[in-house]
Write a protein that binds this ligand. Structure first.
Ligand code: HDD
Length: 735
């Protein structure tokens, strides 16, 4: 029955069933039921029900009468409903995810014996959950926050959970501080305000009181904290792990995911508006991309340091508040992950998935990173409170390889293990421990020596060098955004102690940064730097300078604004070219019912109307000409706002014929040279031409710098995500 079971899900699922990727799908099939029109309503104990509408009553046709408690059907429905919720995650409550596959293409036998990272013929099924940290389960997707990036690899040797973030460092060095950093960031205890925001007194009070957080809060104020899409974020394991090879040699490693689509962010005003206009923006974005077959991909990279070199750096490589700069330890990309299947049911798959950093497979190990070791305790513990002690038995969590042991009982145990013994050793030699040759996890024989004390090594005490490195590595635009972010955040702190101390802390990073922010938010403007800036840079930290992949507009949403009398030839040409480039053209009109073209013959049914859908939800805007259409749009305040707001958010705007005048009217800036000349013209990301005809498109549209055609220039602009020159020139209208 069409629509009852999501089609996109079935399509990919069937394609994958014959492969190793399909192993998890086959496993899940044991617990998956499709609801069909052949099904009949039953109770949980299987008895068919005659109605879902009326509680059993003692009454008559004239008098309804009281409900009877004896009604088992009604009681079951209400009781089940009353208990539908489980505790939301104490952090990262808001999120969504998808299934996919991972394959290593450059096996790293020299570092590890883990087949998931060495066997290039293997496909490993994965489930990935993305999240925000601070907000509760119903909060908005676009809040300024760190994003979680948690990957469960269902390997043939057991589950490996790599539970990372989109920012490579963390606020604290030692796990014992986690409750403090989270309490300070979550809504304040007296009034539970604010929701999903770091812009409040307690968050910044904590940051000031913990100099170790300095590096991380710089990242959190950068554009990394307002991603355009989960598909356009990097992911980082953050902690230092180890890899052990077949010879028993150990390396320290950090893991990285880098997206095929480049690393891109929203602009802040847009993120704020989307929070209200489309709070599900990120989860819908992921779903839509997968449903449309534009599967997001990430390259998987490692940075490796031989055990013997552990102390060769001026930072401690086990300190999660530090990156390993690429000029010292380059990233080697060795594999690729693709997400290609949306979940069937949110609760049983996304809500019940349980990640544990302690879940690693042979060939991978922990390090003495004091944050990681605490995490290894916390995740297991939290799953017991969220899901119960048998959480690993839930379909989404259980491994695709055999599981057998003497763990027994507990709430909601449902594996039935047939055996007369439940202990080891036993007289039957049932279920003995495995040998190394059989693939047992054997701990690395690490030498441990020292005193028992609550200590942190000396190198953990440097809290500023890398905060400066990060700031120095930003482009002018990124610096501008960070300043604006501090100005916003500290403006929301009402306690002068909080904002004035924080402004002074900024002087430890950069004098000019501190001065500018102080002027905006109040507090004493610092008169001298807190400490000298070492001046070093690491360009790979900048998301604008980060070496990108080939430019693409795949999956970018492009609005085409129409009204009655639109130029159908330009519209058709643009629509076809966008679809061919795998972008998502969205037609927006004054109404959702049919809009007729200038020739009186062609027509289109818009996907949305100007009020219902906003410019914040698209990446670029195209307006075909047509005198009557443009006249209508020019009188429509919301349509004009659309163009002005898209311009203010630095989006590329394409206009042909009469529509060029509309753009001029909406943005009203003489410095943006707009003209409907015969030639293609481009000025600060506004691309114009007098007439767009299919023959002016060329055979294939090259998305490359320096291209000359109208569509090529428009596409290249979109592929660059935003027109930063517009912002640098101070031309973005304040919308
Ligand atoms: Fe954590 C969830 C990432 C430090 C304790 N964390 C959680 C999730 C992500 C991270 C992505 C969501 C997983 C999911 O989608 O279900 N956490 C990190 C990173 C950290 C980090 C990258 C620093 C390197 N976390 C951290 C510490 C502790 C925790 C230091 C405690 C000592 N984190 C938890 C938790 C959560 C969690 C309370 C809540 C829900 C869950 O585990 O499953 O145990």
């Amino acid at each position: 029955m069409a629509g009852l079971v999501p089609e996109s899900v079935q399509k990919v699922a069937h394609a994958a069933l014959g492969s190793r990727e399909g192993d998890k799908l086959k496993d899940l099939a044991h617990n998956t039921k499709d609801m069909t029109d052949k099904d009949r309503l039953t109770t949980d104990y299987g008895v068919k029900q005659s109605t879902a509408d009326d509680w059993l009553k003692a009454g008559s046709n004239d008098k309804t009468g009281p409900l009877l408690l004896e009604d088992p059907f009604a009681r079951e429905r209400i009781m089940r409903f009353d208990h539908e919720r489980i505790p939301e995650r104490v952090v990262h409550a808001r999120g969504a995810g998808a299934f996919g596959k991972f394959r290593v293409y450059d096996g790293i036998d020299e570092f590890t014996s883990a087949p998931v990272l060495t066997d290039t013929s293997r496909e490993t099924p994965v489930f990935v959950r993305f999240s925000t940290v601070l907000g509760s389960r119903g909060s908005m997707d676009t809040a300024r926050d760190v994003r979680g990036f948690a990957v469960k690899f269902y390997t043939e040797e057991g589950n490996w959970d790599l539970v990372g973030n989109d920012i490579p460092v963390f606020f604290i060095q030692d796990a014992i501080k986690f409750p403090d950093v989270i309490h300070a960031g979550k809504p304040e205890p007296h009034n539970e305000v604010p929701q999903a925001q770091s812009a409040h007194n307690n968050f910044w009070d904590f940051q000031f009181n913990h100099t170790e957080a300095t590096h991380m809060f710089m990242w959190a104020m950068s554009d990394r904290a307002i991603p355009r899409s989960w598909r356009m974020m990097q992911g980082f394991g953050v902690n230092t792990f180890t890899l052990i090879n077949a010879k028993g040699e150990r390396h320290f490693v950090k893991f990285t995911w880098t997206p095929e689509l480049g690393v891109h962010s929203l602009v802040w005003d847009e993120a704020l508006k989307l929070g209200g206009q489309d709070p599900d923006f990120h989860r819908k974005d992921l779903w839509e991309a997968i449903a449309n077959g534009v599967f997001p991909k990430w390259k998987f990279g490692i940075q490796a340091i031989p055990e013997a070199d552990e102390h060769k750096f001026d930072f401690d490589i086990l300190d999660a508040t530090k990156v390993w700069p690429e000029d010292l330890v380059p990233t080697r990309y060795i594999g690729e992950m693709e997400l290609n299947r949306n979940p069937d049911e949110f609760f049983t798959q996304v809500e019940q998935i349980a990640f544990c950093t302690s879940h690693i497979v042979p060939g991978i190990g922990f390090s003495d990173d004091p944050l990681l070791q605490g995490r290894n305790f916390s995740y297991f513990d939290t799953q017991i409170s969220r899901l119960g002690v048998n959480f690993e038995e839930l379909p989404i969590n259980r491994p695709t390889c055999p599981v057998m042991n003497f763990n027994r009982d507990g709430a909601l145990r449902h594996t039935i293990t047939r055996s007369t013994v439940n202990y080891w050793p036993n007289r039957f030699s049932a279920c003995p421990p495995a040998t190394a040759a059989e693939g047992a996890y054997v701990e690395y024989a690490q030498k441990v020596a020292g005193i028992k004390a609550r200590l942190r090594s000396t190198k953990f005490q440097d809290h500023f060098s890398q905060a400066q490195l990060f700031w120095n590595s930003m482009t002018p635009i990124e610096k501008h955004h960070i300043i604006a972010a501090f100005a916003f955040e500290l403006d929301h702190c009402e306690d002068p102690v909080v904002y004035s101390r924080m402004v002074n802390r900024l002087a430890d990073i950069d004098f000019a940064l501190a001065q500018t922010v102080a002027e905006r938010v109040g507090g004493d403007v610092p008169t001298e730097p807190g400490r000298p800036n070492h001046g070093r840079r690491a360009p790979a930290l900048s998301q604008i300078e980060f070496p990108g992949e080939a430019p693409t507009i795949k999956s970018r949403r492009v609005a085409i604004l129409v009204a009655d009398g639109y130029d159908a030839v330009a519209y058709d040409a643009a629509y076809a070219a966008l679809s061919a480039a795998m972008a998502v053209p969205l037609v927006i009109g004054p109404r959702r019912s049919k809009v007729v073209a200038a020739d009186g013959k062609a027509s289109v049914q818009p996907h949305h109307h100007f009020e219902g859908f906003r410019s914040t939800m698209v990446d670029a805007v195209f307006i075909p000409g047509g005198a009557k259409a443009v006249e209508t749009l020019g009188k429509n305040g919301r349509a004009l706002h659309w163009v002005r707001e898209a311009f203010g958010h630095l989006k590329v705007i394409g206009a042909t014929g009469e529509a060029v005048g509309l753009v001029e009217k909406a943005i009203g800036l003489p410095s943006v040279a707009v003209s409907a000349s015969g030639e293609v013209q481009e000025s600060y990301g506004v691309v114009t031409i007098k007439e767009l005809r299919p023959d002016s498109l060329g055979e294939a549209i090259a998305i490359a710098k320096g291209a000359t055609g109208f569509m090529e220039k428009f596409f290249y602009g979109i592929s660059q995500h935003r027109c930063w020159e517009r912002e640098l020139a101070g031309l973005n209208a304040q919308v």
